[in-house]
Each structure stands twice: as C-alpha cells, then as structure tokens.
Design a protein around this ligand. Structure first.
Ligand SMILES: O=C(O)CCC(=O)C(=O)O
Length: 315
C-alpha cells in the first residue's frame, strides 16, 4: 500500500474531512438519536457500532406475496408490476420495461456528454462519472421522478432520498458485490438502487449480471472479511479481499447467475443486498451507456461500511 493508501486508512483523515463537510452530515442527527448512537456526527461509524445485523425492511421481515396487496396504493400499479412486487421478497429485484421514453433517455445522454465536454464531470473510481445529480438539474429531476420514487418508497415503505448517480459510458467490468458494503444503513435493508439503460446492452458491451435471491444471504460486512482495525485506522484488507469472499459465498450457495440484456429505456431495481456486477466487456470499442441511482430511506443512519465514513448528503 502506498503512502496515499496509508493516509486513507487513517480515521483521523476522515474525521477532518467530515468536519469540513459538517452540514452534509446533519441528515444523520435524528437517526443517531432514534437508534441510540452516542457518537459525534464526524466520527467513523460501522456495523460494529450497532447491536444487530438484521434488515428491518417490511418485505424482508415478512413475505411480499402476503403483504403488498394490503397497502392501499398497491392497486394503482399496473398488473405486471403488481406481480413483480409480490415476488420482491423472493427475488430481490424488479424490471421496469421501457420505463423511460426515448426523449428522456436522449436528454440524459446529451446532458452527460455536455458535462463531460465541459469537464464538469470526469471519470473517477474506475471510469465512473459520479454525482451528475449534484450539478445537473435535469439529472436531479430524473432521480426525483414521482412515478419512480413512488415504486421505491412502496418497496421500502419509507420515503426515499437519492444519494448519488453514477453514469457509465462503458461497461463497469465490476466483480460481484452487494451495494451494502459501499452504502450502508442502520437498520440494514434501507438502500435501494435503480439501473437505467441509456442504450441497448449486449453480451459484448458488458451487461449487468445478478443473482436472484442472493439478497437473502447474511450481509457481508467489515467484520466478515477484514482484520487489524484499530481505534485510529481501518482494517488491513483491500476491497478485492471483499470481492473474493463474496464470490466464494455466492459459489457455495449455487445461485443462478442471470444477465440483464436491457433495451434502451429499461430500468432494473435491486435490493440493498442483491449481489450483482458488470460482465467483462468483450469489445472495448462498444459503449454501454447507463446510469445508476442509489437511494437511501430518509430516516435511517446512512454510511459507508467499507470506509466507515458517514455519508455526506446534499440538500
Ligand atoms: O453497471 C454496472 O455494470 C454495475 C453497476 C453496479 O454494480 C453498481 O452501481 O452498484
């Protein structure tokens, strides 16, 4: 590990950074109180600070087959969506076929192209274009689209708030993971993600893959793969160690691997703990434009288990 990596391991570095962004941590204040967390908002936080590792989301605690129809707004959803919602507890995902029309998709593509050209948006974290929602009213409006947030709030039975967008021009080549190692909640189970195809995906441009039912595995958190953590520094293991462990856990359970060959405008919604990733890009010349939006439920503790940082939320 280089010197930059070592500095990033130091919790003091995070606390200082958090102090500089104090206003963006205030979203956690009420939830810390509600869940009896007696820590400053700028301090590191991880699953070790919480008394349990169980989801409290209603469709994890109970079975969606029995529960969804009991809610008044269920009858407002189209038949196909009703059926998929009924299988949420079992599958951990739903498809929204053709959810975004051509004009909306193209407006997103043009906006991202413009922001990249203007150098307001640039690739970080392995070619990801992060947080376009913070600089573009157009992208922000998509994240707040009522029909979409209505479905997500229904699934979590809580108001949802967008945390981030990630735009991809090329396939992510990302190994299998659960988002809950990156974006975590207490109680667990209150993250939800939407993946939007901004062009068709094929077996050549690195489509999304996922394992139905994998969300029911125990959440794999720092204690399950990392070691050597101290009061001042994070554990010694790398993210790739996490990827190795989750890959083994998936192989042991024999989950079926499915590939989402999406058409432009399709969307895919996944559970906080559904294991997924991007298949290797077979043809590096082919683009695979897509956008992911990660949402948190509003009234829970929001943080990043892997780095033990509380999430910074913009207004
Ligand atoms: O789009 C992909 O290939 C993977 C995206 C992903 O895994 C994520 O955003 O969590």
């Amino acid at each position: 590990m280089g010197i930059k990596g070592k500095i990033k391991q130091l919790k003091l570095t995070h606390w200082f950074y958090n102090l500089l962004h104090y206003k963006s941590l205030l979203h956690n204040k009420a939830a810390y109180k509600k869940y009896n967390i007696h820590k400053p908002l700028i301090a590191s936080i991880s699953s070790k600070d919480f008394p349990d590792k169980a989801s409290r989301a209603w469709l994890d605690v109970g079975d969606s087959k029995k529960l969804v129809a009991l809610k008044d707004d269920f009858k407002d959803f189209p038949d196909d969506l009703q059926q998929q919602l009924a299988s949420w507890s079992e599958n951990g995902y739903i498809f929204l076929k053709g959810f975004f029309d051509e004009a909306t998709v193209e407006s997103v593509n043009h906006e991202i192209e413009k922001l990249v050209q203007q150098k307001k948006l640039y690739p970080t974290h392995d070619n990801k274009l992060m947080f376009a929602n913070r600089i573009s009213p157009l992208i922000k409006n998509i994240t707040l689209q009522k029909q979409l947030t209505g479905i997500l709030s229904f699934i979590l039975d809580k108001e949802v708030v967008p945390f981030q967008t990630i735009n991809f021009i090329y396939g992510s080549n990302q190994r299998a993971h659960s988002d809950s190692i990156h974006m975590t909640t207490y109680p667990l189970g209150y993250l939800i993600a939407v993946w939007i195809a901004l062009e068709d995906t094929t077996m050549n441009n690195g489509p999304l893959f996922y394992y139905p039912g994998s969300h029911k595995m125990p959440y794999l958190l720092n204690n399950d793969f990392n070691e050597g953590e101290t009061a001042l520094a994070l554990g010694k293991k790398e993210y790739s160690d996490y990827e190795d462990v989750i890959e083994k856990a998936i192989a042991k359970k024999n989950f079926e691997k499915k590939v989402f060959l999406a058409k432009k405008g399709d969307a895919f919604v996944w559970h906080a703990n559904l294991v997924h990733g991007g298949l290797p890009v077979e043809d590096p010349k082919q683009t695979r434009k897509s956008m992911v939006i990660h949402y948190y439920a509003k009234d829970v503790i929001k943080y990043h288990e892997i780095s033990e940082r509380p999430s910074l939320m913009e207004d």
